[in-house]
Design a protein around this ligand. Structure first.
Ligand code: FDA
Length: 405
């Protein structure tokens, strides 16, 4: 007699493996299918190889979705505290880096090993590499057709992630299945991604590659589908444009054709108690060069570039008119630039958009119209801020799904 699984999970990444382990330990017969020869590759490369596996402050405010309330139930049922407890049970050493971000001290591989051990505890069957060819429903349940035969199951969990990093096997399969069963899909777009600029936008700033500067950054707009944001983070100037945490965060909210706004002094104003007005008015600085004054708050190369942009290079502060000082202040505190685009899926960390949450039940992640069909992790229209929130979503959505299988 053909075996019928309680759940077949397509995709053995963060959400799929976690969901499988939890469901298996609840006594469910679970099969994970993945097309990749090695599982958990995104976890392995995450956080620079140390996996920023969650964030102690993770809350609904850290997520973008057409329905910002959708994440509430799952995050409440499985918070970062729960995942930290699990990591601690395995004796995995970790540290907090910045704004609640938790990283493994040693290696992201420890998180993969932990997920595999949880699956083993739940007697989960894992098969890879396997190609899933089609998924169909009949009166007896679900049939998952693979290159190695048909699997019969009571439930199908789509957990194939998002489109970033196609080189390690990212596909749109969950989105294709959603469309096949009539669920809406919010247009996918690269997010947490560096932004590119045309050569004329930057001019001499192009020589500044490698500089990292704390800034206040703003992008998006209230009327935009994901709203607007403001972050105090580090910005990195690169040969290709702008990157670093500030720009990655802003990229998720950026609307094509619109500018982003950078206050080069805003972050130190907030964090260092620095008074921007005093800098631009201070007559004690009369005999200093404009670039020397700016270099008290900015890296020297950047200070020089900004002074030169306003034709103030080599000029003493006393020689700079009030109007020019004002224009320089405006340039530094409200630098408005239009990105030409993003560096695309190759460089993105996550996908914005995905299976529309209006077609899913936030308590279980099940399709409202197709009982037994679930979507978890990055394939859903839920995108976290940088800093461990995307993994927290993978764990939380996988957990609530597992309870419902
Ligand atoms: P995930 O991508 O983990 O897993 C999907 C699985 O499905 C893969 O195993 C894949 O092989 C499989 N699959 C795909 N198509 C298939 C198909 N057609 N058939 C069968 N199997 C298929 N987040 C964070 O919180 N902290 C961090 O430090 C980082 N760092 C980071 C760095 C980089 C470089 C990237 C690209 C991303 C991150 N992220 C991150 C994001 C994080 O990796 C991501 O949000 C989660 O891995 C999403 O988990 P999922 O399980 O949804 O997808």
């Amino acid at each position: 007699m053909t075996k019928t699984w309680d759940a077949v999970i397509i995709g053995g990444g963060a959400a799929g493996l976690f969901c499988a382990g939890v469901a298996g330990q609840l006594g469910k017969k679970v099969l994970v299918l993945d097309h990749a020869p090695v599982l958990g590759e995104k976890i392995r490369i995450s956080g620079g190889g140390r996996c920023n596996f969650t964030n102690v402050h993770s809350s609904p405010a850290n997520f973008l979705s057409l329905n910002p309330h959708f994440v509430k139930s799952a995050l409440a049922k499985y918070s970062s505290t729960e995942f930290i407890k699990l990591v601690s049970t395995y004796g995995i050493a970790y540290h907090e880096k910045h704004q609640g971000q938790l990283f493994c001290d040693d290696s992201a591989k420890q998180i993969i090993e932990m997920l595999m051990s949880e699956c083993a505890k739940g007697k989960v069957s894992i098969r890879n590499p396997v190609s899933v060819e089609s998924i169909a429903q009949d009166a007896t349940g679900w049939n998952v057709h693979t290159n190695a035969g048909i699997e019969k199951t009571k439930a199908v969990v789509m957990a194939t992630g998002g489109l970033p990093v196609p080189a390690i096997g990212a596909t749109a399969y969950s989105l294709d299945i959603a469309k096949q069963f009539g669920l809406e899909v919010v247009d996918p777009r690269p997010a947490l991604v560096p932004l590119s600029f045309t050569a004329d936008t930057f001019g001499n700033l192009n020589d500044l590659a490698g500089l990292s500067v704390p800034v206040r950054i703003a992008s998006g707009s209230k009327g935009h589908r994901y709203g607007a944001c403001r972050f105090n983070e580090d910005l990195l100037l690169t040969h290709k444009g702008l990157s670093g945490p500030a720009v990655l965060q802003a990229s998720s909210y950026w609307v094509e054709g619109e500018p982003i706004h950078i206050d080069w002094l805003g972050a130190i104003e907030v964090e260092g108690g620095f008074n921007c007005d005093a800098l631009f008015n201070d007559d004690d600085n009369r005999l200093k060069l404009a670039e020397t004054i700016l270099s008290s708050v900015l890296p020297q190369r950047l200070a020089k570039a900004f002074a030169e942009q306003r034709n103030l290079g080599g000029r003493k502060w006393a020689e700079v008119s009030k109007k020019d000082r004002q224009a320089l202040k405006e340039l530094l505190t409200n630098w408005s630039v239009k990105p030409a685009g993003t560096l695309g899926w190759k460089k993105a960390e996550v996908m914005l958009g995905g299976v529309d949450t209006k077609d899913l039940d936030g308590q279980t992640m099940m399709s409202r119209a197709h009982p037994g069909l679930f979507f978890i992790g990055e394939c859903v229209d839920v995108t976290g801020h940088l800093g461990g929130h995307n993994f927290q979503w993978a764990w939380a959505s996988g957990f609530v799904c597992a309870q419902a299988l």
